[in-house]
Design a protein around this ligand. Structure first.
Ligand code: ASP
Length: 324
């Protein structure tokens, strides 16, 4: 190790991260050391002035391909890539090729023919980014696939917690809401358990997957028990677009039992912080005043950390491709 630095973390901050893959498809299977290095490098980017010269990837071409609506994730990736000096092209395929009947593989090979360096993909079906990674020669980032994973969200959530609390290991983190339909929950469960946090999932039984405990989390149908002494309370939206109709609870009833309000929050650690990946439904999963409580709500910091984390990842994927 370079003698100038006291520990690995300090070394990681100043150089691009090398990963075992040149794709980021999921948190499941990632090593703790890789996650740690990406977070350290992202922390370095987060501390830089936004006008600092970070144009390390000039000439690098990024296609931001979204088959599903998104504002914050798409813009966050675009800003991250531009801050690294890359060229970014946004392609919205929500109403385009799929509706015209083109198969996913035909779409993939058309995009590949344009010779991008990186494709950032959001798709309503789990596994679509993996399929792209198998058939395309460029790097792929999963920007959210169906109910499966949203790896960059989990990394930005982890960075947000680390910057506020200082560490992840041993923290009690309660993820509350529509766990069944949430790719954010799945990525966070994998990341936070890998990093040694105690993860609890809180949901009505209709929105709690059956085999979740196998992933090393504790499950609660009673929010008061699930958030007791929690250091972090993470809320999720009811993802009605992925429900069949029978699981949709009434919003008022849902707020009574699973919405975060002052009374329920008083059971958590007195210093507990509140998080939400957005978009947020005030008065459904969270009381409006708590969402805006700048002492306890980290929701805006999550958005800010998104850019830094995505810079760290985009840089790492370039560094990890065909390099020894
Ligand atoms: N923005 C997150 C996602 O894409 C969470 C949500 O939509 O509720 O999964």
């Amino acid at each position: 190790m370079n003698k100038l630095f006291k520990n690995n973390s300090e070394v990681n901050k100043f150089s691009p991260v090398k990963l075992s893959s040149h794709h980021l498809l999921a948190i499941e299977g990632m090593q703790k050391t890789e996650i740690q290095k990406l977070l350290d490098r992202a922390d370095y980017f987060a501390n830089l002035d936004k006008h600092a010269d970070t144009k390390y990837l000039s000439g690098y071409v990024v296609l931001n391909v979204f088959f599903e609506n998104s504002t914050r994730t798409r813009v966050s990736f675009e800003l991250a890539a531009r801050r690294l000096g890359a060229e970014v092209i946004n392609i919205s395929l929500i109403n385009s090729s799929i509706k015209k009947g083109e198969s996913l593989l035909d779409t993939a090979s058309t995009l590949n023919a344009m010779k991008p360096d990186l494709l950032i993909v959001r798709h309503p079906h789990s596994g679509a980014p993996l399929l792209f990674a198998e058939y395309l020669s460029c790097s792929i980032i999963n920007a959210g696939d169906g109910r499966h994973e949203h790896p960059t969200q989990a990394l930005l959530d982890a960075l947000t917690i680390k910057r506020r609390i200082g560490y992840l290991e041993g923290l009690k983190i309660s993820i509350c809401g529509d766990i069944s339909n949430s790719r954010v929950a799945r990525s966070n469960i994998h990341l936070l358990t890998t990093m040694g946090a105690e993860v609890r999932c809180v949901a009505p039984s209709t929105l709690m997957p059956s085999s979740l405990e196998k992933l090393g989390v504790k499950c609660f149908n009673d929010m008061k028990k699930g958030i007791k002494d929690a250091d972090v309370v993470m809320l999720l939206r009811l993802q009605n677009e992925r429900m069949s109709g029978t699981e949709n609870p009434s919003e008022r009833e849902y707020f009574n039992f699973f919405g975060l309000d002052e009374t329920k929050l008083s059971l958590a650690n007195p210093n507990a912080v509140i998080m939400h990946p957005g978009p947020m439904n005030r008065g459904v999963e969270i009381a409006s005043a708590l969402a805006d409580d700048t002492n306890r709500s980290l929701i805006k910091t999550q958005v800010e950390m998104g850019v830094a984390v995505r810079m760290s990842i985009i840089e790492a994927l370039n560094h990890s491709k065909n390099k020894t």
